[in-house]
Design a protein around this ligand. Structure first.
Ligand SMILES: *[C@@H]1O[C@H](CO)[C@@H](O)[C@H](O)[C@H]1NC(C)=O
Ligand SMILES: *[C@@H]1O[C@H](CO)[C@@H](O)[C@H](O)[C@H]1NC(C)=O
Ligand SMILES: *[C@@H]1O[C@H](CO)[C@@H](O)[C@H](O)[C@H]1NC(C)=O
Ligand SMILES: *[C@@H]1O[C@H](CO)[C@@H](O)[C@H](O)[C@H]1NC(C)=O
Ligand SMILES: *[C@@H]1O[C@H](CO)[C@@H](O)[C@H](O)[C@H]1NC(C)=O
Ligand SMILES: *[C@@H]1O[C@H](CO)[C@@H](O)[C@H](O)[C@H]1NC(C)=O
Length: 520
């Protein structure tokens, strides 16, 4: 009990936001701490590319110190990668670049990185007064105020801000006149000279490109590029996990040990069934709480459906062809990253909730309360195909022409590292959706899903002025949300690197290339 009380006393409430100047800890004796300043934002498969203008990031940081801030931390300063299945969700991309000052691949993002470096230098010039001085807030007119730090020696530092989101202002401060661009803070380490203004960016800009590199086979004796291929059959493999009438919650069943959960059932179709006639194809109608699903009928791929960033639920609706007699329905339900924050998310759930076959004249076959057979995961995961012991599995078939447009297919190739020392990515534009590995290390989920947003939902130019939100300065509408997948250089051996993909719905592996991320 005493330990518990002791812990409560050590708690300090902190702020996570785009702005924390207005934040006040619950007690005036506690330091004002900003644990997460978000200099950008993450993205979701099918979503847009968020960008936070550096003028606004710098504004937020300077305002925080103007108003008595004591600890400030960026989240993220260095963008990253959600390797393997570590991405949150639903639908958060493998890339967690975040539009951060240092990008996902480790390169400085300019001018963002350079401008913040200048900002940090200017704040550092005020260090002594910020730590030891007394502060006052002075209003210099509508939307304009100064945070002034002084000490007993007469030293003085000031942060003067103009929070007007449209108009520049000219103000008097200590008998001098200062011009302040809209939505900016000037830093005066001596209360006289402006050493930095958050809206005036003087840092150079750089341009970065993804330079393609054909995959090079390690075994130079090979005349043509060789792939090993292994196709899985849709449906239950090995022994079923369980049979149940109706549906289960996907997440509670897989417990996130895999993205995949097979559901299979069969339906008997009579010889005289209306929709066996030409032109009266039945429609397979599936409702799911999320996140995605591939459907197979009689071993044939029928299509894919998925939710989007804000709505993980979706409807699958595709015409299918059935035959007289027994028809096998196999549904591969998927999660695409689980929720990582917010209340009650163990109750959100995912997975199939209804399956119907609709024919002409309102004929409906409801399969929802059928006996469904379940299997957690796909067979290749169980065989550990991407890892050491599974790689030499005898079921692989060698070919110089990897089949394209094939669902549920594993591909393997032995490749050399791309030349040079630049960071490396994989271009997966021509693949469908799946998982990728190099030397048994999990590159992660790939899905070059096109952003579902219309052109007008993106910006051409971004006005840094005014309050930021993640939808404010977005780009990439109608483009693949994530084309490139980071493969750390440290995962490569000098040669004989094993690249493995599991493709869920069909792609063209012959078009996969490495890319090198280069400043051009
Ligand atoms: C200045 O304003 C901030 C917030 O607006 C407040 O936390 C701080 O106590 C003020 N400082 C003084 C000296 O009034
Ligand atoms: C500003 O000017 C007034 C009048 O000339 C003078 O009294 C005051 O000390 C000056 N203030 C500063 C900070 O220089
Ligand atoms: C996301 O899905 C919901 C529900 O299906 C839909 O209303 C919304 O328009 C979708 N958003 C995008 C960007 O596609
Ligand atoms: C998952 O299981 C837990 C524990 O049995 C239960 O409380 C929760 O409601 C289940 N979630 C869903 C979405 O069914
Ligand atoms: C199908 O159902 C709708 C709504 O219940 C009804 O209006 C319609 O007449 C039906 N059509 C046929 C061909 O039975
Ligand atoms: C797989 O086979 C290759 C070539 O025969 C061999 O060098 C390697 O050690 C084997 N790997 C494993 C994990 O058995």
């Amino acid at each position: 009990m005493t330990t518990w009380l002791f812990m409560i006393h050590l708690q300090i409430d902190t702020c996570n936001s785009f702005y924390c100047d207005q934040f006040t800890p619950t007690s005036p004796n506690r330091p004002k701490i900003w644990t997460e300043n978000w200099p950008g934002w993450f993205k979701t498969f099918g979503g847009r590319d968020p960008h936070r203008p550096v003028e606004d990031v710098a504004f937020s940081v300077a305002r925080f110190f103007q108003k008595g801030g004591s600890v400030h931390n960026y989240y993220m300063y260095h963008g990253g990668t959600n390797f393997g299945r570590t991405a949150g969700g639903p639908f958060i991309t493998t890339s967690y670049d975040y539009d951060a000052p240092i990008d996902e691949y480790g390169l400085p993002r300019l001018p963002k990185w350079g401008h913040l470096k200048e900002l940090h230098k200017a704040i550092k010039l005020c260090e002594h007064l910020l730590l030891h001085g007394k502060s006052v807030n002075i209003s210099l007119g509508p939307s304009v105020e100064a945070g002034v730090y002084t000490d007993s020696t007469g030293a003085c530092a000031a942060f003067i801000s103009n929070a007007d989101d449209k108009n520049d202002k000219t103000v008097e401060f200590r008998n001098a006149s200062y011009h302040l661009p809209a939505w900016s803070v000037s830093i005066l380490p001596d209360c006289k000279n402006v050493v930095f203004n958050t809206a005036k960016v003087s840092s150079p800009t750089n341009k970065v490109a993804m330079v393609p590199e054909k995959l090079q086979q390690s075994d130079k004796g090979q005349k043509t590029f060789k792939w090993d291929v292994l196709k899985e059959n849709p449906g239950i493999w090995g022994k079923a996990d369980f049979v149940k009438n109706g549906f289960v919650d996907h997440i509670n069943t897989t417990k996130d040990t895999t993205d995949y959960l097979w559901h299979t059932t069969s339906v008997l179709i009579g010889e005289n069934e209306e929709f066996l006639k030409k032109g009266s194809e039945p429609v397979l109608l599936i409702e799911s709480k999320g996140h995605a699903l591939h459907a197979f009928v009689n071993q044939k791929y029928q299509g894919t459906a998925y939710g989007n960033g804000s709505h993980s639920a979706f409807t699958f609706k595709n015409p299918i062809s059935l035959k007289a007699g027994k028809n096998e329905i196999a549904l591969l339900s998927l999660t695409v990253g689980l929720q990582t924050a917010g209340p009650f998310y163990e109750f959100v759930g995912a997975g199939v909730t209804s399956v119907k076959i609709n024919g002409p004249n309102n004929r409906t076959i409801d399969l929802s309360s059928n006996a469904w057979t379940y299997k957690i995961g796909v067979q290749g995961e169980h065989l550990r195909l991407p890892q050491g012991d599974g790689l030499n599995n005898t079921k692989w078939t060698s070919t110089s022409e990897p089949p394209k447009g094939q669902a549920l297919t594993w591909y393997k190739a032995i490749v050399d590292a791309p030349p040079g020392d630049e960071p490396v990515g994989l271009d997966m534009l021509y693949m469908g959706k799946g998982l990728a590995w190099l030397n048994g290390e999990e590159i992660g989920r790939y899905w070059p899903r096109i952003s579902e947003f219309k052109k007008e939902d993106c910006v051409q130019e971004c006005d840094y002025r005014g309050k930021f939100n993640p939808d404010k300065c977005v780009t990439g509408c109608g483009e693949p949300t994530q084309r490139w997948y980071h493969v750390p250089r440290s995962w490569f051996k000098p040669s004989g690197n094993v690249l493995v993909f599991f493709e869920e719905k069909g792609g063209d592996p012959a078009k996969i290339t490495f890319v090198r991320r280069k400043v051009v």
